[in-house]
Write a protein that binds this ligand. Structure first.
Ligand code: DGY
Length: 325
């Protein structure tokens, strides 16, 4: 007697070969047009499914879980998992997995690219040139801030934060300071050439502040009016972590009033919407949540999310769980 395959919902488009792998194990229902499903459509599609491959766009909360009692695993194609209500998943006995490790270096590369573009005003200069406004060399044309030899502050010192620290210390001769929930081991601090400081000291001393902490309710508006007021007027702020960690309205005010020099933002409160005040200021570099978006890394993320579904639903043991079963 042939066993029926468990049903798995692939909630967003993924690489066709990864989808094909999943089809050998599961009865797959895939999001063909890659539109982000409404919560109602997500629930309707997930009913009866044993697993789902999600991205940060699909919210898995108590409402979804109670409507989909057969769900056993949600495999996020992201290292962040703030789209999951983990306590509700624990209560429902639903496993959550993410994709740590495979995107660390790519995301750290992008953090540095955004820092360079922001401090050195690269996109402002490009817009100026493309608009046909470049008529002569000038001594202060788009003069920005140096990166090499300055103080790099890192808020959040997980794998990606450490990758940023190594690039700054070893590649750019920066003094690296960091603040995190817990201190790194002396070995890791030495490897990253990073010094632990209080959050206030981080804000006051950083020439460039990089946000790399995971989102949690406690991290909501970790950078708001009061924190921005502590920063140097020449400082830059880079957020490759999550929207909501920065109060975008307060940041736009600080940028407009020259209370900090510039910001580079890959993530936004309420994305893909971007606060109109941020769109109105020139000294901000804006990118559409692409820090992990190199082809090899996005493939590796999709593969790991798929592997988690197979590892758990077929073999009983997930590869990278974030919660107890
Ligand atoms: C992550 O992995 O959390 C990224 O933000 C996904 O794009």
């Amino acid at each position: 007697m042939s066993k029926t395959k468990p049903r798995v919902v692939v909630a967003r488009a993924v690489y066709p070969d990864v989808l094909a792998q999943l089809q050998t194990y599961f009865d797959i229902q895939a999001n063909q047009d890659d539109e982000v499903w409404s919560p109602e459509r997500l629930i309707a599609t997930l009913r009866g499914a044993a697993g789902t491959l999600t991205t940060g766009s699909e919210r898995i909360d108590a409402e979804v879980l109670s409507a989909c009692p057969e769900l056993r695993i949600c495999a996020n194609m992201a290292v962040g998992f703030n789209n999951f209500d983990v306590p509700a998943m624990n209560a429902a006995g639903v496993l959550a997995t993410n994709t740590p490790g495979v995107l660390t270096e790519t995301t750290a590369d992008f953090g540095f690219a955004l820092l360079m573009a922001t401090a050195r005003r690269i996109t402002e200069g490009e817009h100026f040139l493309r608009a046909g406004r470049w008529t002569k060399w000038s001594y202060d044309l788009f003069a920005g801030q140096d990166v090499h030899g300055t103080t790099l502050g890192i808020l959040g010192m997980g794998r990606i934060g450490q990758g940023i620290a190594r690039r700054g210390a070893h590649g750019f001769g920066m003094q690296v300071i960091y603040h995190n929930r817990s201190r790194l081991s002396p070995e890791l601090e030495a490897d990253c050439k990073a010094r632990y400081v209080s959050k206030d000291e981080l804000l006051r001393s950083a020439d460039h502040l990089m946000l790399v902490l995971p989102y949690s309710p406690a991290a909501h508006h970790a950078i708001g009016e009061a924190e921005l007021a502590l920063m140097k007027p020449t400082a830059t702020l880079v957020n490759i972590a999550r929207g909501g960690i920065v109060d975008d309205a307060a940041l736009a005010r600080a940028l407009r009033e020259g209370r900090i020099a510039a910001a580079g933002l890959d993530v936004f409160e309420g994305e893909p919407q971007v606060h109109p005040d941020l769109l109105a200021v020139p000294n901000v570099v804006l990118t559409p949540h692409i820090a992990s978006a190199s082809v090899p890394t996005r493939r590796a993320m999709a593969q790991l999310a798929a592997d988690n579904l197979v590892a758990f639903l077929v073999h009983g043991k997930p590869l990278t769980p974030v919660n107890p079963e």
